[in-house]
Design a protein. Structure first.
Length: 460
């Protein structure tokens, strides 16, 4: 049913009113809306496929009532291309099968259960889903209703290119409602969340293949048995650059090329992350790391003095440990509270895992477990995988050094931080990487991933 010319001003008024949030009197005008809208409203509401919370957050005020959010969609939202849920795209659906119809595409789609019905978006392949799930009719009147209320939670994929179990975990890590996470990921055309593990791996490979390792300077042979590696930015300054260190120093510059600081023993230039830098050196120059009994891998915003670095190395050697990290000052930015507030007791606290910002790794652990740096770009969950592999091969030899204190100088901002903006620009989503690592290798990536281990350290 179409509107007459005299109804158009009323529609314009309602559009303006709804966009600002309807009053009670304005809501009463719903009773005089066209028959088609009055028919669609209760049907869609009853089916439970309209994501009112997400719709309000994307297009309206949070205080808008759920029923008014649906009304807004029926009156103006679909014509604007607004998404009513994570898997319905009015523009995609309209271009594929409405053919000039003035009826709402969302409502018409939900009335068309035939397996031959065109798909409602690129993320839900209607015909493919019907073919893959011939049991959809058991208890459901429409294939999409089967997916939305049952298949999604059983891990049934909505389209060939979407691995729903992976995608839900990648987009929904730590989120109580997976449907909200899916809406936000799919509605954002700039989102870097991959749809399946293969897409993630392709993005990681493209990122890594663009990296070229260039050499600045290096020692012909080591001066000391230990090495400190710093993932450094231009203008890096640190107390570690001083003389009489007791360890050799490697600076890997990841931004702009510059002269080799005379205080450094090794200087490399390569864009990317600390994880990809370690991987690149392991692949192209493994002989360098093999020279040293242990290596401390630092982010350039970790403030630690030479004496502290040496205590870590001495501790590893004295107690035959394979993974050790320093404690952090209370004002440091770190998700894991135990690193900033280690439990009272001995100088060494057994840890379930170290944190990627400053691990010290023994030669044998790096030799046997260095392959873990191929599993990601951002570094998320690489530390958990490395720790799990070290414990599997060598026993409980992972510790937090309470008597070595470092400071994490910059706050971690996964939403707007420069590092994470850089990753998103290249299609790398840290959550997806961590989810894939945890899923593929069965490692713990929960909020207990770094905690005190319940078994004593193995000093043998």
């Amino acid at each position: 049913m179409t509107l007459c010319c005299r109804a158009k001003p009323r529609m314009k008024y309602l559009e303006l009113a709804i966009s600002r949030g309807l009053t009670f009197n304005e809501y009463r005008s719903f009773l005089s809306l066209p028959y088609q809208t009055m028919r669609d409203f209760p049907e869609i509401e009853k089916l439970g496929v309209f994501q009112a919370y997400c719709y309000k957050k994307a297009y309206l005020r949070d205080s808008t009532a759920h029923r008014i959010a649906l009304l807004h969609y029926l009156l103006v939202g679909e014509r604007r291309g607004n998404l009513p849920n994570a898997f319905f795209d009015p523009r995609y659906c309209g271009s594929s099968w409405r053919h000039g119809s003035k009826r709402l595409a969302f409502a018409e789609y939900l009335r068309s259960p035939s397996p031959s019905t065109p798909s409602p978006s690129a993320n839900f392949d209607h015909q493919w889903y019907c073919a893959q799930n011939p049991d959809w009719q058991r208890g459901f009147s429409h294939p999409f209703l089967h997916f939305w209320h049952k298949g999604l939670f059983e891990g049934r994929d909505p389209a060939p290119h979407i691995d729903i179990a992976f995608f839900a975990r990648a987009a929904g890590r730590g989120r109580p409602d997976v449907k909200i996470a899916l809406y936000e990921a799919l509605a954002d055309k700039t989102a870097s969340v991959p749809r399946n593990p293969r897409e993630l791996r392709n993005r990681q490979d493209r990122f890594y293949e663009r990296i070229e390792l260039r050499y600045g300077c290096e020692l012909s042979r080591p001066r000391y048995p230990f090495l400190v590696f710093v993932q450094a930015s231009q203008g890096y300054r640190s107390e570690l650059l001083g003389e009489a260190r007791g360890f050799d120093l490697m600076l890997n510059f990841y931004d702009k090329s510059q002269d080799c600081p005379p205080e450094a023993d090794y200087v490399f230039f390569q864009t990317g992350t600390k994880t990809t830098a370690i991987r690149k050196i392991l692949e192209q120059r493994p002989d360098i790391f093999e020279r040293y009994e242990a290596i401390l891998f630092l982010d350039d915003d970790i403030e630690i003095d030479r004496a502290g670095a040496m205590r870590i190395f001495e501790t590893m050697k004295k107690h035959n440990l394979d993974l050790v990290q320093a404690s952090l000052t209370p004002d440091s930015s770190c998700y894991w509270d135990i690193i900033k507030h280690p439990p009272e007791g001995d100088a060494l606290c057994p840890l379930s895992s170290i944190e990627i910002m400053m691990p010290a790794i023994s030669r044998r652990a790096l030799r046997e477990c260095g392959w873990v740096f191929k599993e990601g770009v951002s570094g998320w969950a690489i530390d958990f995988l490395l720790s799990a592999q070290v414990r599997h091969r060598f026993g409980n030899k992972i510790a937090l050094a309470r008597n070595v204190i470092a400071r994490h100088g910059r706050p971690t901002d996964a939403a707007r931080g420069a590092f994470y903006e850089f990753l998103r620009k290249h299609g790398i989503d840290p959550n997806s990487e961590a989810a894939c690592i945890a899923w593929r290798h069965g490692v713990d990536d929960s909020d207990r991933a770094i905690s005190r281990h319940d078994q004593p350290l193995d000093f043998s």
